[in-house]
Design a protein. Structure first.
Length: 328
């Protein structure tokens, strides 16, 4: 999927590490073969090439991701949408090319696409899917999170309970470090030029994903445009939100929800996070400053930098850093 994966774990001497390494690589590769838009022969691209009305048989993992994508699409009012593949390609962010296509962009800006959850039909018992309109799917906002969940499942199948797995900006943690402390993860500051931490999450038995405008973007007429697409406007997201981090029980959920909140913007994004009880951190660019808004028990104390209360379901907390030397 164009990035790196990693696993940091504490295992017994009897653990077959070479076998685990192979199993993890296979887990990630399986997701890539099914869901990549950079592989012309992936199962997702096979579905994209199918004509509307044609049933396409798909593997179980891809069916699972499509179902979750449509679910969060409905819950977010279409803000999270897996059917924006043509927009992604038109703006030069997809596997079809590396430069914006002006004709495709002009066409997209004048075309209002229906929400994908209204035009994609899943037959779960038959493990098949069909489109009811011409569009291309892109799972970049959810597939990496699913891959992280698959990595966690793989590690636990080897009897290992203390592990941190990661793929790009998506991570999941189980158990603790050997000294009994939670896994400590940096939330990156949404800076276009420098890589530095905004804060730290103590993560245990939970996953976190971050979506932002500061790593993958293009500049058009002096304006930076994010790789995240807003179906309602037929182009890149255009609001004040610089990044969104979401902590959830599964990385697939965290991945998709962080994208949905980024698309919705500061007001609607906060409202949706509160409505569904999400643990989210929204960072806005306002008057040259980065303004944090925390929702939920994990991020609810961001204004003071103190740790927030922990819950039984997601035992995590967030701490705003005052300086880079606070990392340890």
């Amino acid at each position: 999927m164009g990035t790196r994966w990693s696993a940091l774990l504490h295992a017994s001497p009897a653990t077959d590490i070479p076998a685990l390494d192979i199993a993890l690589a296979n887990a990630v590769d399986r997701v890539d073969r099914q869901m990549s838009t950079w592989k012309p022969d992936s199962d997702l691209m096979r579905l994209n090439a199918a004509s509307p009305g044609t049933w396409v048989s798909l593997p179980g993992e891809l069916m699972q991701v499509l179902a979750k994508g449509l679910e969060i699409g409905r819950l977010s009012g279409g803000a999270f949408d897996i059917g924006v593949g043509r927009l992604v390609n038109a703006w030069g962010f997809g596997g079809a090319g590396t430069v914006p296509d002006r004709d495709a962009i002009r066409a997209a800006l004048h075309q209002r696409l229906p929400p994908t959850h209204t035009v994609l039909e899943l037959d779960a018992p038959g493990a098949r899917v069909r489109k009811h309109a011409p569009f291309d799917l892109d799972l970049s906002g959810i597939a990496k999170g699913f891959a992280v969940d698959e990595m966690m499942r793989t590690v636990k199948a080897f009897g290992i309970s203390d592990v941190l797995v990661a793929l790009d900006g998506e991570l999941a943690a189980s158990g603790t470090k050997p000294d009994g402390t939670p896994w400590r993860i940096a939330v990156e500051k949404p800076d276009y030029e420098l890589r530095s931490p905004l804060g730290m999450i103590e993560l245990r038995d939970a996953a976190v994903a971050t979506s932002g405008d500061y790593r993958h973007w293009i500049e058009v007429g002096g304006t930076r445009l994010s790789h995240t697409m807003d179906r309602s406007r037929g182009g890149p997201v255009d609001n004040a939100v610089a990044s969104v981090s979401v902590v959830a029980s599964s990385c697939m959920d965290a991945d998709a929800w962080s994208t949905a909140l980024l698309v919705l913007g500061p007001t609607d994004g906060k409202a949706l996070a509160e409505r569904y009880g999400l643990d989210a951190l929204l960072v806005e660019r306002r008057d040259g400053k980065l303004i944090q808004s925390g929702i939920g028990h994990v991020f609810g104390a961001t204004s003071t930098g103190a740790f927030s209360p922990q819950s039984d379901s997601i035992r995590s907390s967030f701490e705003t850093l005052q300086r880079p030397s606070d990392i340890h």
